[in-house]
Write a protein that binds this ligand. Structure first.
Ligand SMILES: *Cc1c(COP(=O)(O)O)cnc(C)c1O
Length: 481
């Protein structure tokens, strides 16, 4: 596809300005060095522009166009009614500084979502401020730090994190000033109990664990972990990014989890917005309540109000109250399902197990003796002898119109392909995806070169990803003509 600059024809226009009715000036006299002579804007008609951008938009891959089995991301279809509601003028245009008495409806929305998340997670309180899961982690760890400091336990500076964890977990802990201690996973893909018990000591501030973990495996000893930690005065952080596998069925607060973030953009029907805004609501047990950010929305039986009183608060983590549009979508999503929200978890798990079954002879399943939850991890190591890698399989899938699974994560599985179908996909899609993978693997064995040079049909083919990261070219090279 051509760049808009390449469509330029001298003198072609897509606008007309009204006749000048003020004195004409020479901009260059005013702007001096800021006046850029070399800017050679494209000269195009309105039709050129409309066609160009419409065609560009059609190159976008999205969950509204195709299947998106990106593990750990819960890329499910989001009901459009949630989008519609969040665009209502009444919600979209309210100013965050509107006096409480004129914002009762909006405050009620925030309050109701908070109450429902407390109920679903089994927590004493929920803070809706964090903008994403990773920010929820940061806030959760700040709370843990404040809790220990408040008790004069400054020495509790170690956070235990399993080797299967998402990269944001150790990153958040380090930003928070903690020392990260890695705990091994065992042969079942769960936290290695022996390694955990040996590393848990008086200096441990807490354990950060994902459940189900990033292998899609349920950590059955979660309650024992909570007990062991609490006995040492440490706390349990649960990364709730995989709550899609549990929603409506299990309440982590009842397992002894002290703090957990929900990813509203994974579990609760709001879009992953290309880096934001998202929602990383944080649920906490009674112990951590005194340190939560302000303000919290509360209800006195008659009116909703902002409570700014929390003397031990760690402070704010986002302007105002968090991303209101995301909260509105999440509330609508929960209310639409009502009591049936557990079906989300049931179908997410069922879909993952069925797809895993369909793929069982294609790739290596390193934990095949363990049932999976909402996602599973396979290894492409069986293709190494054809010199085909996980990345090649992922790229070949693009030619079949599927987004690629997450690759090379979790780090403990060689040549990992992490597949999460989500509950919103039909059996037809799952079977079509399995069939495509089957064809790719057959081809990898017979004609590996074809797989290694895929994709053929996408607008751009293989990108030098490492180089693009280090040496991004973000500007069109203007030619002065
Ligand atoms: C997505 C994810 C995160 C980070 O959440 P963001 O909302 O992307 O910041 C953390 N942990 C796990 C396991 C995840 O899948």
């Amino acid at each position: 596809m051509k760049l808009i600059f390449e469509l330029s024809r001298k003198g072609r226009k897509g606008y007309s300005l009204p006749v000048l009715d003020v004195p004409e000036i020479n901009l260059e006299d005013y702007l001096g060095d800021y006046f850029r002579q070399e800017l050679n804007f494209p000269q195009v008609s309105e039709l050129d522009v409309i066609r160009h951008y419409t065609n560009l938009s059609k190159l976008n891959y999205s969950v509204d166009t195709n299947f998106y089995p990106l593990g750990s991301c819960s890329m499910k279809y989001n009901p459009k009614i949630c989008e519609e509601l969040s665009r209502w003028e009444e919600f979209a245009s309210i100013h965050p500084m509107t006096p409480e008495e004129f914002a009762q409806g909006s405050l009620e929305i925030i309050y109701k979502l908070k109450e429902l998340l407390k109920e679903l997670g089994g927590f004493s309180e929920v803070c809706l401020q964090p903008a994403a899961g990773a920010q929820g982690e940061l806030l959760g760890l700040l709370l843990i730090r404040a809790y220990h400091r408040d008790r004069g336990k400054e020495h509790k500076r170690k956070i235990l994190i399993p080797d299967s964890a998402h990269g944001t977990n150790p990153a958040s802990a380090v930003i928070c000033g903690f020392e990260v201690i890695t705990v091994k996973s065992d042969a079942n893909g769960e936290l290695d109990w022996k390694d955990f018990s040996e590393k848990l000591d008086e200096d441990t501030a807490g354990l950060m664990i994902t459940n189900p973990n990033t292998l899609g495996i349920f950590e059955r000893k979660i309650k024992d972990m909570a007990d062991a930690l609490h006995e040492k005065g440490a706390l349990l952080y649960m990364d709730g990014a995989n709550f899609n596998a549990l929603v409506g069925i299990a309440k982590p607060g009842l397992w002894g989890v002290d703090v957990m973030h929900f990813n509203l953009h994974k579990t609760f029907g709001t879009p992953h917005g290309g880096g934001g805004p998202g929602g990383g609501a944080l649920g906490v047990s009674e112990k951590l309540k005194p340190y939560l950010p302000v303000p919290q929305v509360e209800f006195d039986g008659e009116r909703y109000f902002l409570n700014w009183e929390n003397p031990k608060s760690v402070g704010k983590v986002l302007a105002y109250f968090g991303h209101f549009g995301v909260m509105l979508r999440a509330l609508a999503y929960i209310l639409i399902y009502g009591q049936e929200i557990s079906n989300v978890a049931k179908y997410a798990v069922l879909n993952a197990r069925y797809l895993r079954h369909l793929l069982k002879d294609q790739l290596v399943d390193p934990y095949k003796h363990v049932p999976c939850m909402h996602e599973f991890v396979l290894s492409a190591s069986n293709l190494a002898k054809y010199d085909v890698r996980a990345i090649d399989v992922a790229k070949a899938l693009l030619d079949y119109g599927f987004y690629a699974p997450t690759v090379y994560f979790p780090l403990i599985v060689k040549e990992a392909l992490m597949i999460e179908p989500t509950e919103t996909e039909s059996i037809d899609t799952l079977e079509a995806f399995a069939k495509a993978l089957e064809e790719i693997i057959k081809c990898a064995k017979e004609n590996p070169q074809k797989i290694k040079s895929a994709p053929e049909k996408t607008p751009v083919r293989r990108i030098k990803e490492a180089e693009a990261n280090r040496n991004p070219v973000l500007r069109y090279p203007f030619r002065s003509s």
